[in-house]
Every structure is written in C-alpha cells, then in structure tokens.
Write a protein that binds this ligand. Structure first.
Ligand SMILES: Nc1ncnc2c1ncn2[C@@H]1O[C@H](COP(=O)(O)OP(=O)(O)O)[C@@H](O)[C@H]1O
Ligand SMILES: [Mg+2]
Length: 389
C-alpha cells in the first residue's frame, strides 16, 4: 500500500502518548485495512495497538494514587534540598512531570513489553496488597553508556506520576572522611520524607572508590550506609538505580533491587527507528537510512543521535549532499562511534565500500539501493561490479 510507512509513523507517534481517542481511530483504520485485504498493514497496526493498550491501562494518575497512599509530604519547587556540608552543592536535582520525557526510549518490543508490564503492576497496587504481595519498588537499569538508561529511568518516573530526586553518586562523594556516608544518609532521609521517585544515577561511582587501597575503611562505611538506606526505603517509595558497569557493583547492593533491567545496544531495526526519529523533521529515502544504520552497527543510541545531527548539519549546508561522502566524513572524524571493521570499509575506495555493502547478508542491499548513494546509475554500478570480480 502506497505511503503506508508514513501512516505507520504517524500512528506510532500519535500512540506514544496514551490516549483512548487515538487508539480508537487507529483501530478503525486497522479494521478498514483488514477489510480491504491489506493484511500485512493491518497486522503492523495491530502490534502498535497492543503496546499502546498496555500503556493506556497505566496512566500516571492511577499509579500515583496507588503509590501515594498515606505517604509523606508533597515535594514542591520551594522545598529545600539537602546540600553537601563542605561544598554546599545540592545532593539532588528535582525534576517535575513537565521536565520528564513523555516518550519511552525506542527498544525491541520484548524489552518494552517487560517494562510496561512492571509499570502496569503498580496500577494494581491495592489489589496486590490485599493478597499481601508487595509490588516491586526498586529497579536497577544497567547497560553500556549511551543506550538510553537515564532517559528510561526518567520516563518510568514520569509514569509513576511523582517528582524525581535525581542524585549522581559521584556528586555525593566527598574527599572528607565520613562525609560521603553522611551525604547518602541525608539524601535518603530527604527522599523518604517527600513523595518522590529516588533516581540514583551512575551508581558505579562507588566502585571506583573501592579500587583505591587507601579507602578501604571508607568504602565499607559507604557500602554499609547504602545497604541500610536501600532497606529503609523499601516501603517508603520507588527507587531506580542506573549503572554502566554492573559488574563493578557490590553483589549485596545488586540484590537489594527487586528488578534488574539490562538495556542492550540497539538492533538493526531499532537503529533504523532511532535514525528516523532523530532525523526528524528531515525525511530520507529508505536506502539512505539503511546505509546510515549499516554504518552504526554495534553503536549505541547516543551514537545514532550524533550521526543524525551530523547528517542534519550536512543537509543544511547542501540539500543535494552526497550521502556516501557525508558518511565518510563522519567515519573519519568519529573513530570512537563507528566500529573499526565498518570504518575500514567506509574509508576504503568506492569500489571496496560498494563491494562491502553488496556482500553484507544482514542488510541485503540491492544494486538499485546502492547506486544513488554513490551518485551512479545502476548500469554503471553493474559494470563496476563485474570489473571487480
Ligand atoms: N533507545 C533509545 N531511544 C531513544 N533515545 C535514545 C536511546 N538510546 C539513547 N538515546 C538518546 O541518547 C542520549 C543518551 O541517552 P542516556 O539515557 O543519557 O544514556 P545512558 O544513561 O544509557 O548513558 C539521550 O539523548 C537519549 O535520548
Ligand atoms: Mg546515564
């Protein structure tokens, strides 16, 4: 069906903010497509609707009500934030709903569904308590830097419908003996007093301390404080920990979290969706987006975002930009973002670069896809290909 990819993108972005009127209209479209025999298109809308139905059931208001029963004081923009006694820096930054992302990061469907199901559980908070099952109230998100963990943590917090107290562990660490433990204690006392989600970002900072032999006593004290604090928070409110280096975390700390979510690097499909999102409002042809995704194999979401910005800048300078040329410049000047094998292929001669694309099984580029990327006609590409053999 012509232009269905645009219709699908429209539906996806409309459904990203749960809204029953939108769900109803997309369902109408799905039924009409099915009736008209466009089964593939109808199926793809059906799967979009399935995730949005879960999202709809967990509107923030419902969760907040469940979570806030008989809890503490309200956190407002005028509430004083505890500070480090030595440097007077605040121990946390406070984010209210309007400062938090309303779109879940782009992940594989199975990860998204798992996340939705945890959040959905909180809408049934009262029912769980009736059968003496306490819902999970802490989660640890781990994975490589730039995979969208902090974004996800903030989005989860937004779903809960409470403000977020975000603390970077690094910021709580002090060079004064005993002050780090005191800061952690003060931060938790604050989070336990007010209705909020406590977000402990870059949780692995403590592990760095552990590598310093001079700090053994201090580390023990800090880890113990953290363990006690995490225990004290169990029935007080929701806690999210985020770490890039889960292997460095103390196993006892690890066990304190009810749920652990690993965020992988984006797959080919996810990279393509990320590219389309970050390239907006520009629209590129499918073969161009596929080439961008091919270049970013093994890269993180943050790398995809950087490439998209790069392409946008090139586009502003020259609307008729030569796509393969832009990719070469990116690979040349972003050695840390493009994997080494791909970088070699990209920076090779046109012939070698084209050959690498043709031979890639995962992306299955056709000659008609590749030729325009190199400003060639399909017949000159065929000639080049037979010359290479
Ligand atoms: N899967 C994703 N979906 C949407 N945006 C992403 C994704 N992965 C990374 N990003 C973007 O990349 C940047 C870095 O993400 P962030 O959440 O800070 O990563 P992390 O905390 O894992 O280091 C942000 O602008 C974020 O929106
Ligand atoms: Mg982060």
């Amino acid at each position: 069906m012509e232009h269905f990819n645009i219709i699908q993108a429209l539906c996806r972005s409309a459904l990203s903010v749960p809204n029953s009127a939108v769900v109803q209209q997309v369902a109408r479209l799905k039924d009409a497509l099915k009736k008209g025999g466009d089964n593939k298109e109808a199926k793809s809308l059906e799967s979009l609707l399935a995730s949005s139905q879960i999202a709809l059931e967990m509107t923030p208001g419902k969760i907040k009500q469940s979570f806030a029963i008989g809890r503490g004081d309200e956190l407002t923009s005028t509430t004083p934030i505890p500070v480090d006694k030595e440097t007077s820096t605040p121990l946390a930054e406070i984010y209210f709903g309007e400062d938090l992302p309303s779109e879940i990061p782009i992940f594989e469907d199975n990860i998204k569904e798992a996340i939705y199901s945890i959040i959905n559980e909180w809408t049934k908070f009262d029912k769980l308590l009736e059968i003496e099952a306490y819902p999970a109230s802490s989660c640890l998100i781990y994975g490589l830097p730039g995979t969208g963990k902090t974004h996800l943590a903030k989005w989860i917090a937004k779903q809960i419908g409470l403000p977020v107290a975000l603390a970077r562990l690094e910021g709580l660490m002090s060079s004064f003996l005993g002050t780090t433990a005191k800061n952690i204690g003060n931060l938790f006392a604050f989070a336990n007093r007010y209705n909020c989600v406590l977000l402990l970002d870059e949780f692995d900072a403590i592990a760095k301390l552990r590598n310093d032999p001079q700090e053994v006593g201090e580390v023990k004290r800090v880890v113990n404080t953290l363990l006690q604090c995490l225990d004290s928070r169990k029935e007080k409110g929701f806690t999210i920990g985020v770490t890039n280096h889960e292997a460095l975390l103390d196993p006892a700390i690890w066990r304190r979290f009810d749920i652990q979510i690993e965020i992988p690097k984006p797959s080919q499909m996810v990279s393509i969706s990320l590219l389309k999102k970050f390239l907006q409002p520009l629209e590129f042809a499918d073969n161009e987006v596929k080439l961008f995704a091919w270049c970013l194999e093994d890269s993180t979401g943050a790398d995809v975002e950087m490439l998209a910005k790069w392409i946008k800048r090139a586009y502003v300078v020259d609307k008729e930009m030569n796509v393969s040329h832009v990719i070469r410049q990116f690979a040349l000047l972003n050695s840390g973002r493009v994997n080494e094998k791909k970088r070699d292929m990209i920076l090779n001669s046109d012939e070698e670069f084209i050959n690498a694309l043709i031979e890639d099984d995962k992306y299955s580029f056709k000659q008609v896809d590749i030729a325009p990327l190199f400003r060639m006609t399909t017949s000159s590409l065929s000639k080049l290909k037979s010359k290479m053999k």
